[in-house]
Ligand binder design. Structure first.
Ligand code: ADP
Ligand code: 5GP
Length: 204
């Protein structure tokens, strides 16, 4: 069976990644969202097991130390990690997986060579608009908003390491670009060292 494809999506907080994923996920088949583990508190409306697995720092450290995470990072002062087993189980079952992870986590996956992935960066149209969106979301404390804005500038410097950039200005257009990237990645010919497309291996 053909293995699933891994999609890594990163963006500064407030760029609209969650909104875009909520639009695109129901439109695509054979695609799952990997629910991460975090030590941050749930925002109003967030559900344990759907948005994140909300866990204590002690549990996080225990999982980290026994290698349960494919990658993990400290982001905006909290810990976030991707469950290793779930991701590989989906990929082996031929299902594509989306990871919503920060630029540090993306770098770990890129450098580890553990999994071949398509790297997508979602950017806001500008920092002033990012600030408007963070404030408009009205779910973070002032101190949290300031920290996220400060980190945004550093995160935007990682854009060059990604395969795709989506500027989320008009929401529907950005959602269509994300869908197009996923479809194009699925149609891509993967070449073997012999030069034959991977899809033809054993078929000639
Ligand atoms: P992220 O998951 O990247 O932190 P969210 O999806 O929570 O960001 O979006 C942050 C805020 O910006 C939300 O209030 C959302 O409704 C709003 N938003 C997202 N995309 C757009 C857009 N293209 N234009 C205007 N507002 C947007
Ligand atoms: P938020 O708290 O706004 O949901 O997410 C904050 C940041 O943490 C975002 O950049 C998000 O992509 C990142 N993040 C969420 N889950 C993970 C994860 O499992 N690993 C890493 N490295 N970053 C994550």
């Amino acid at each position: 069976m053909k293995a699933g494809r891994l999609f890594i999506i990163s963006a500064p907080s407030g760029a609209g990644k969650t909104t875009l994923l909520q639009m695109v996920m129901p439109r695509m088949e054979r695609l799952v969202f990997s629910v991460s583990h975090t030590t941050r508190s749930p925002r109003p409306g967030e559900k344990d097991g759907a948005d994140y697995f909300f866990i204590s720092r002690t549990v996080f450290e225990e999982m980290r130390d026994r290698g349960a995470f494919l990658e993990w990072a400290e982001v905006h002062g909290k810990f976030y990690g991707t469950g290793r087993q779930e991701v590989f189980a989906w990929l082996e079952a031929g299902v594509d997986v989306i990871l919503d992870i920060d630029v540090q986590g993306a770098a770990i996956i890129r450098d580890s060579g553990l999994a071949d992935a398509a790297f997508i960066f979602i950017s806001p149209p500008g920092l002033a608009e990012l600030e408007r969106r963070l404030r408009g979301r009205a779910q973070d404390a002032e101190e949290t908003i300031l920290l996220r804005l400060k980190n945004a500038e550093m995160e935007m410097q990682a854009i060059g390491n990604y395969d795709y950039l989506i500027v989320n200005e008009r929401l529907e257009e950005a959602a269509r670009v994300l869908e197009a990237i996923i479809l194009a990645e699925r149609a891509k010919m993967r070449r073997l060292p012999s030069g034959l497309p991977a899809q033809q291996q054993g078929g000639l």
